[in-house]
Design a protein. Structure first.
Length: 81
């Protein structure tokens, strides 16, 4: 449950932007997703705060490379070269 003031403020904002009643749920869902993301990011930053920058950067690059290789495997070369 949210306070009446918050409810009125949000509905007024949505109305000013021409959004309809159904957009309220979408707005709240997006807000919750961003809040969860920010909380997670804060926790991760705290956990890795003592790690040297270069070491953390290397770990990030390694993880990104691994995911890219998994999701986007190199295309086979049809010419055989």
């Amino acid at each position: 449950m949210v306070s009446k003031d918050t409810d009125v403020a949000l509905r007024s904002l949505l109305a000013q932007r021409g959004l309809k009643k159904g957009d309220l749920s979408r707005f709240v869902e997006d807000a919750v997703k961003w809040r969860v993301f920010n909380e997670t990011l804060t926790e991760v930053r705290e956990k890795f705060a003592d790690l040297p920058h270069d070491e953390l950067q290397a770990m990030i690059e390694e993880a990104c490379a691994s995911v890219r290789a998994e999701r986007f495997p190199p295309a086979s070369n049809p010419s055989g070269t």
